[in-house]
Ligand binder design. Structure first.
Ligand code: CA
Ligand code: CA
Ligand code: CA
Ligand code: CA
Length: 579
């Protein structure tokens, strides 16, 4: 089902296999559907106002956010820039063809029309609006560029060159490809691509960092785990999963703890697919797979950067965490983390909300400096490893305080990404190993899921398992790592390394934050609930001790509220004991 490089391009000999991921809050909006004349507009269900839950894209458009001034570059099998619905927004100087080594990224045409992926992706992001042509892009005034790099040997050097070329000009770089979605591959960027990604983060957008948006992959049918895909699971990429039209997960969708959020996309044949531009100057209503959702997400991020061009790559992740929403989504694995946010391995923090995102982006000041702490965990076993027996879990418990960090590191007390680096023995059926983390707040995050049995030997070698589920939690306290294994035993080599990234709360105290509406969802819900229950106690029945306790918890509540950037007035004056 998946157009895979190895099958399509028979001349591929040494290139890594990279699969294109194809086929396989909201209150009811008072916004009326815009009256565009584009023929596919009425089929763009994911943008229309009667779709529930809503991504609120039209609401953001109505406030003037349409991507103007933002450049989005697509790394793919080409972009048919002469398509009448792409040409108005096309940026040629930011485009290149690394397969043909020329300036023209037009796809290679063939009888099977297989090189249509990039053109379809480009249209979702930035097809022109109200021009009587085809569809309407999510960021219909954004500039769009194409890098042709998937139609040939996809080697480390080509990936690195493509990312490097893209980040010179692009604000947002979008990729809908990665390691083969066969449920048994563990692969990621090579040395050069890794370096290029790091450069994009540190040098792109004049040091604010390129926004790299990556599809989670289409290996759901074989239980593929996107934490075995080093592109999607990289901290530097925002990986996006799919919500189908009825709010459920897609049959091809992958689950993993590094997925940040979701956007609408195709489901099975009974559900609507995504309308967009197609090669040979045509239009399609049939775009499918996690790439389509990634394109929608990238378009929404273009609206966000238009609302605030000063945002760094970390600001954008903070904003996506805060504004995406679990409400109305149908999946079993949503849990509430230690700061009260709902998060899922499949949907991340939920469906993106364009309107909430631009609102919050507009008033957001950059987050404080990033702190990193690596905690090294040694096995006490004389053989220097942990044994994981079939069908029983191996639990490793350890404490994190600020002296746990290796030399020179500073422990963040407000987390962003958390990674666990693992090494294992070479084992048969290495796909039958799972790993979870449990934070001091009790949040459990599956960082490696069981995949399908596969009768080959392999090992995890310095592999990073990433989770975003602990965002804003405090890491101080007891952590647990739980390994499970099916069929036969496995050995986890010592040491395990837990990497904790984030910020220091005290740096946030000076952080001038202005809220747009005074609302900071989802903290608001949690905090309001707490406040209400406190206030419901009859004041007169309180003895001195109770009053003291209440005063103390009120002080904590107010300081928490300050930390959580809520500028709502908070006073404990009424509870002060008069002496
Ligand atoms: Ca060319
Ligand atoms: Ca159009
Ligand atoms: Ca995959
Ligand atoms: Ca990622």
């Amino acid at each position: 089902m998946y157009p895979c490089r190895a099958l399509l391009v028979i001349v591929v000999v040494y290139g890594n296999i990279r699969t294109r991921y194809v086929a396989a809050i909201q209150e009811s909006s008072e916004v009326k559907n815009l009256n565009f004349n584009d023929p596919s507009w009425s089929d763009a269900w994911f943008l229309l106002t009667d779709q529930r839950p809503s991504m609120n894209v039209q609401k953001a458009w109505n406030e003037g956010y349409n991507g103007l001034g933002v450049l989005v570059t697509v790394l793919d099998d080409g972009v048919e820039y002469q398509h009448p619905d792409i040409l108005p927004n096309y940026n040629s100087s930011a485009s290149y063809d690394f397969n043909g080594d020329d300036n023209d990224p037009t796809p290679r045409y063939s009888f099977a029309n297989e090189n249509r992926h990039g053109t379809r992706l480009a249209g979702i992001i930035a097809a022109a609006a109200n021009n009587s042509e085809c569809s309407v892009g999510v960021a219909y005034m954004a500039s769009i560029a194409g890098i042709r790099m998937l139609d040939g040997d996809v080697i480390d050097e080509i990936e690195a060159d493509s990312i490097r070329f893209a980040f010179r000009d692009a604000d947002i770089i979008v990729s809908g490809w990665g390691p083969d979605d066969d449920g048994r591959t563990v692969d990621g960027p090579g040395n050069l691509a890794n370096l290029a990604i790091e450069h994009a983060i540190t040098e792109g957008r004049n040091g604010k960092g390129s926004i790299l948006v990556w599809a989670t992959g289409n290996g759901g049918r074989v239980d593929d785990d996107c934490n075995c895909d080093g592109y999607a699971s990289s901290m530097f990429t925002i990986s996006i999963s799919t919500v189908t039209q009825d709010g459920s997960r897609a049959w091809y969708g992958e689950s993993c703890a590094s997925t940040l959020a979701s956007a609408y996309g195709s489901g099975d044949d009974r559900k609507s697919k995504i309308p967009t531009t197609n090669i040979r100057s045509t239009c399609t209503n049939g775009y499918t797979g996690s790439t389509a959702s990634t394109g929608i997400a990238a378009g929404i991020m273009a609206l966000c950067l238009q609302a605030n061009p000063q945002l760094t790559w970390r600001d954008v992740q903070h904003l996506v965490v805060r504004t995406s929403n679990a409400k109305g989504l149908d999946v079993a694995d949503f849990t509430t983390n230690g700061v009260g946010r709902k998060v899922s391995g499949y949907f991340g923090y939920g469906l993106m909300d364009a309107h909430a995102l631009v609102q919050k982006a507009r008033v957001w000041k950059s987050v404080p400096e990033r702190k990193a702490c690596s905690v090294i965990i040694h096995a006490t076993d004389v053989r220097g490893r942990w044994k994981v027996s079939p069908n029983t879990s191996t639990r490793i418990t350890f404490n994190v305080t600020d002296i746990s960090c290796k030399n020179g590191d500073t422990l963040p007390d407000r987390l962003e990404h958390v990674q666990l680096t693992i090494n294992t023995n070479n084992m048969l059926q290495y796909t039958l190993l799972s790993a979870s983390l449990i934070s001091p707040s009790g949040t459990k995050s599956v960082i490696l899921g069981f995949r399908k049995p596969y009768n080959q030997y392999n090992r995890f070698r310095n592999w990073n398992l990433t989770t975003v589920h602990y965002w804003d939690e405090n890491p101080v306290g007891e952590w647990q790592i739980v390994f499970e294994r099916k069929q036969r035993e496995a050995y986890i080599e010592t040491p395990l390394i837990l990497h904790l990234y984030g910020t220091s709360r005290r740096d946030w105290d000076d952080f001038e934050y202005v809220t747009a509406t005074g609302k900071e969802s989802p903290y608001d819900e949690v905090m309001t609930a707490r406040q209400t229950s406190t206030q419901s106690l009859p004041e007169s029945s309180l003895g001195k001790a109770e009053r003291l306790a209440k005063y103390a918890s009120c002080r904590i509540f107010c300081s928490l509220q300050r930390i959580l950037e809520n500028d709502r007035p908070c006073s404990c004056k009424d509870l002060e004991i008069q002496t």
